[in-house]
Design a protein around this ligand. Structure first.
Ligand SMILES: Cc1ncc(COP(=O)(O)O)c(C=O)c1O
Length: 388
């Protein structure tokens, strides 16, 4: 079955008890057993819940994975993958990544004896040089948050030493546009809070793999650590994911128009969007992805005050953290999502106070362009940084 069909049917058979067409929300923490130690596969909802199981089957299918474990957030999913490691292990990780992942790695897990080397993963030689005998995990985010750079997943898989796991955070691309497992990754991680859920109404995460041993260890930690989603959130995420394909097509159509519009403005110093011919990895994007996605970031000319004024001048783009919902959002990553990265590191990576990140929603494109144009014009400096 094709992607859109699986999104609507995988894991979502009619309920056996009632025939309910839509998977019910099993709001129960426990299950009545037939006799001591005899139950129907469900004993306690941290371990297993039918609504969550349906979501896991749906998401595994979308990522073309054999297994999926759902979590209470993207960070809980990331933590569960890192639970595969032990003290003394080393991780090579891309240096352009979500600030919360950076925080988990550098401020939490480093205290447990896991070492991290942050490297520019667009540089194959630098990535190769960062790998040590103790490297047990390579962690890549592609496209990256917030600079929309790409990492070559197949090239990373080829670099990977035996016994080392390649994990890819596929949140920005979604399984509709990119299939890391098919490119050689061992594990895919998602913040389902974003495009998969798609409506900014539930926080969640997922880890998918086709490796039975990895899946078993991740599931063991899912239960042992307990960062699971409740049945209501699992259900909302599953409902959202049904329309992932339709939404992604619209997100991308609008994002391309927004990227072209911004690229034509004199007051925009740089536009980061993999679909632009001038993007440094446009060719890789065409090869590795089935589309360029709905995220666009851009650097405004002028000082930070211009960017901050612009950020509160839009009417449709809400100034908010997060991304991937049907509504358009805008953020200044240096002061919001990436605030936990030290200033010098941020600036070195190009995450300056003038960098604006857009999550382009699926509203009417004309309205979105009008909104951006009005906010840019309203905050243009008198010196003439205006529209062409
Ligand atoms: C690329 C990426 N990965 C992981 C996360 C973390 O997900 P969550 O906020 O669901 O914990 C985020 C959140 O913004 C993200 O953008």
């Amino acid at each position: 079955m094709k992607f859109s069909t699986r999104a609507i049917h995988a894991g979502q058979d009619a309920d056996e008890t009632t025939g309910a067409t839509i998977v019910p929300i099993y709001a129960t923490s426990t299950y009545t057993q037939d006799a001591v130690g005899e139950h129907r596969g469900f004993d306690y909802s941290r371990t297993v819940n039918p609504t969550r199981s349906a979501l896991e089957t749906q998401l595994a299918s979308l990522e073309d994975a054999r297994y999926c474990s759902a979590f209470a957030s993207g960070m809980a999913a990331t933590s569960a993958v890192l639970n595969l490691l032990s003290a003394g292990d080393h991780v090579v990780v891309g240096d352009d990544l979500y600030g919360g992942t950076y925080r988990l790695f550098s401020k939490v897990l480093s205290r447990y004896g896991i070492r991290f080397t942050f490297v520019d993963m667009t540089d194959a030689a630098a990535t190769r040089a960062a790998i040590e005998p103790a490297t047990k995990l390579i962690w890549a985010e592609t496209p990256t948050n917030p600079l929309l750079r790409l990492v070559d997943i197949a090239a990373l898989a080829a670099l990977k030493p035996a016994g080392c796991i390649l994990a890819v955070d596929n949140t920005f691309a979604t399984p509709y546009l990119q299939s890391p497992l098919a490119l050689g990754a061992d594990v895919v991680v998602h913040s389902t809070t974003k495009y998969i859920g798609g409506h900014s109404d539930a926080v969640g995460g997922a880890a998918m793999t086709s490796d039975a041993a990895l899946a078993e260890t991740i599931r063991f930690h899912q239960n042992a650590v307990g960062g699971v989603p409740g049945p209501f959130d699992a259900w909302l995420t599953m409902r959202g994911a049904k329309t992932l394909a339709v939404r992604m097509r619209e997100h991308e159509r609008n994002a391309r128009l927004v990227a072209d519009f911004l690229a034509a403005r004199d007051d925009v110093a740089a536009v980061h969007y993999p679909g632009l011919a001038g993007h440094p990895q446009h060719e890789l994007a065409k090869r590795q992805m089935r589309g360029f996605g709905g995220m666009v970031s851009f650097a405004l000319r002028g000082d930070a005050s211009r960017a901050f004024a612009f950020a509160k001048s839009t009417r449709l783009f809400s100034l908010a953290e997060s991304l991937g919902g049907v509504e358009s959002l805008l953020s200044v990553p240096a002061r919001m999502t990436h605030g936990s990265i030290p200033v010098a590191d941020r600036e070195r990576r190009g995450i300056t106070d003038s960098l604006v990140r857009l999550s382009v929603g699926i509203e009417d494109a004309d309205d979105l362009l009008d909104d951006l144009r009005a906010a840019l014009d309203a905050t243009a400096s008198p010196a003439g940084a205006s529209a062409r």
